[in-house]
Write a protein that binds this ligand. Sequence first.
Ligand code: SAH
Ligand code: SF4
Length: 345
Amino acid sequence: MKALIDELAAKKRLSREDWVSLIAGRSAGDERYAAGLAREISEGLFGKRVFFRGIIEFTNYCKNDCLYCGLRRSACGTARYRLGQDEILSCCREGYALGYRTFVLQGGEDPFFTDERLCRIVRGVKALFPDTAVTLSVGERSRDSYQRLFDAGADRYLLRHETASKEHYEKLHPAEMSFANRMRCLQELRDIGYQTGCGMMVGSPFQTAENLAQDMEFICGFRPQMIGIGPFRPHHDTPFRDRPDGSSALTIFLMSLCRIMQPRVLLPATTALDCGADDGRTKAILAGANVIMPNLSPTGIRKNYLLYDGKPGLGQDAAASLASLRAQVEAIGYEMVVGRGDYKA
Ligand code: SAH
Ligand code: SF4
């Protein structure tokens, strides 16, 4: 399989068949080989440095019912909350003092946050902290809404495509949600001018090697500025509660292949990698990841923002979350850099 990894490095693309054989036929040696190559590429471009972004989980209300997610509207055990503008700004103030220069505002699809309310929040953050970037991760909205939020100052948008197969998408979502709409959103975000992030869960129910090959082909064609890939983890209050965890090793392998395919991409070591382990994120950094997203949410609400079970850092406050990740990053010889960390073509 090393020959295929070399071919990817040279041509920046592979055929569907080759993706499938690489994904399904990989050995631990192939994983190490890809990680080494990816690490060389990221160190060559970024040095031993990772960007850190503060994630503020500002609402866990969601009108959607994605079958995998602990925030789905049918998850009755989830106590719902939303943060007010002042609370969000105070998270940013605390984050700014800690060195954050990107704030990621993430939440369920909560109709309370109309364009007007969300634009006011984005403008509020940018007015107080003009040298920061604002990333939104609030799901599917209309083109007009994305445009307004962009005009209010939002810089980036994370919207994982979740799976690039329409058939697979339909097994993970209720009939009222559509693959076509997800794709429409991603295209529009890019067209408007956001630095756009797509990505998928690895090991989600019904996923095949062919599906992951489709994901890699989609990423290859879409050329996102950011790619968020994390393992699927079951949540006890969802129909997928008894499904097994996605593989961290496969997740990290695919991240390495993304780095090899799109050398400059912003590639976070996702939190789900540290579920049940505490070295998943650092392994990912050593395999090509260059972004880490510590939690900036108020401590009291963290236990209610559970996309999956076993999320780490629930009892920590913002300073402790950053300090523990910083220590881990420094222990592997990397440093966290203060700065917006924009995508550079
Ligand atoms: N509502 C927004 C943002 C919050 S969900 C949206 O859906 O885009 C953010 C991401 O969490 C999703 O894109 C999904 O990939 C991930 N996620 C949700 N449930 C998960 C689970 N059970 N295991 C792993 N990742 C999950
Ligand atoms: Fe809502 Fe996002 Fe969870 Fe789907 S993945 S239920 S849209 S929070």
